[in-house]
Design a protein around this ligand. Structure first.
Ligand code: COA
Ligand code: ZN
Length: 332
């Protein structure tokens, strides 16, 4: 398997995640989570989005959260926008990168931002001007790049066409999203390769959801294709409120756990990340989808029951409470 030595994990839980929660997360709690994540070594974070509070009431406090978050050296504080008004808010807030999102499906784009792709592109032209005048790098995000929850398959040519439009606007980075977790590894690998081959030298972010349990497999596929930046959401929070059946992003700590197990550096302290995930679970008040936070790290040494350390070993299953699954004399 061809793997890179280092991967950047871009945290989106406080945007993609908190936008999907039923209960409004208090502003101070949102900020505290942003700070904990950057303290754990997250170097890029999509703090929030500057969209309509009518569309996404959970992020109506975007300015406050963005302003209150601690600025850690070496960390890029980024935001998502959907129209020129959002871009102006992002510039005023001091965003370090602005992500503009357009779905490669007209129907999904309408559901998400009440605009056709062409209307969104007209907004993107204005957004690029606003960001450009402020000297802020722009990320061109292609949502529903693998499939649309309403119309099904999204042809790769359409995704590439939309990417062309972004590149003409001078984006500094592209971003492909499997927004509703419908992509299969082969498709993700093909799409990632196709985008990277078409725009050599232009950095690419891969944004995957785990709706159907395929996110980690899709990460491997994208890694093989050469991707080195992945979005992820603490605890596996999140989903798009405008996509039926959507669920969480790939879980940050599960992703980091896998990357470290593959000897890929991330610069992230996994133990701190796991502690943050546990706090987020308490904060949102329901069980999150992440696995490692519940099961523990796979390389965590477990305390050995004293009976197992005795020279004669365990004689019968009755010797050790909880080892009934052995069902036999364990010394055999
Ligand atoms: N920031 C704050 N308010 C905004 C705004 C922005 N960027 N853009 C629009 N608004 C306000 C308008 O002033 C209007 O408010 P009012 O009803 O009090 O007058 C309201 O939002 C609706 O605006 P309108 O221009 O009629 O847009 P719309 O209803 O067609 O919605 C979007 C279009 C793009 C504003 C809205 O769909 C949106 O913000 N979507 C974001 C979705 C999202 O974040 N998805 C997840 C990320 S992929
Ligand atoms: Zn998403």
């Amino acid at each position: 398997m061809k793997l890179p030595p280092r991967v950047t994990v871009r945290e989106v839980g406080t945007r993609d995640g908190f936008q999907f929660e039923r209960a409004f997360i208090p502003t101070a709690d949102k900020t505290a989570i942003v700070d904990e994540l950057t303290a754990a070594g997250i170097s890029r974070i999509e703090v929030t989005s500057f969209v309509s509070p009518r569309a996404v009431p959970q992020l109506a406090d975007a300015e406050e959260v963005f302003a209150a978050a601690e600025r850690r050296p070496g960390v890029s504080y980024e935001v998502l926008v959907a129209n020129s008004r959002g871009a102006k808010r992002a510039v005023a807030a001091g965003a370090e990168r602005i992500l503009v999102v357009i779905a490669a499906s007209d129907v999904f784009n309408r559901a998400n931002v009440n605009m056709t792709m062409r209307q969104s592109l007209a907004q993107a032209v204005e957004i690029a001007e606003i960001a450009g005048a402020a000297g802020i790098p722009l990320i061109g995000a292609l949502a529903a790049a693998t499939a649309c929850p309403y119309t099904g398959e999204v042809p790769e040519e359409r995704v590439l066409w939309l990417a062309d439009q972004f590149v003409e606007l001078g984006v500094s980075e592209l971003y492909v999203a499997d927004s509703i977790g419908m992509g299969f590894p082969q498709q993700v690998q093909h799409l990632t390769s196709a985008v990277m081959e078409r725009f050599p030298g232009l950095p690419l972010i891969v944004h995957l959801h785990n709706t159907r349990g395929m996110a980690l497999a899709n990460v491997l596929a994208a890694l093989e294709a050469g991707a080195t930046t992945f979005d992820a959401s603490i605890g596996g929070l999140g989903g798009c409120p405008f996509a039926p059946g959507a669920s969480g992003n790939i879980c940050t700590e599960d992703l980091v756990h896998m990357l470290h197990g593959l000897d890929i550096e991330t610069g992230i302290d996994l133990d701190l990340l796991i502690a943050t995930s546990a706090r987020v679970e308490t904060l949102v008040g329901h069980r999150l989808e992440g696995s490692v936070v519940h099961a523990g790290k796979s390389f965590r040494p477990l305390p050995v029951p004293p009976q197992l350390l005795e020279p004669e070993g365990v004689k019968t299953v009755q010797d050790v409470e909880g080892l009934a699954f052995l069902g036999r004399d364990a010394s055999n």
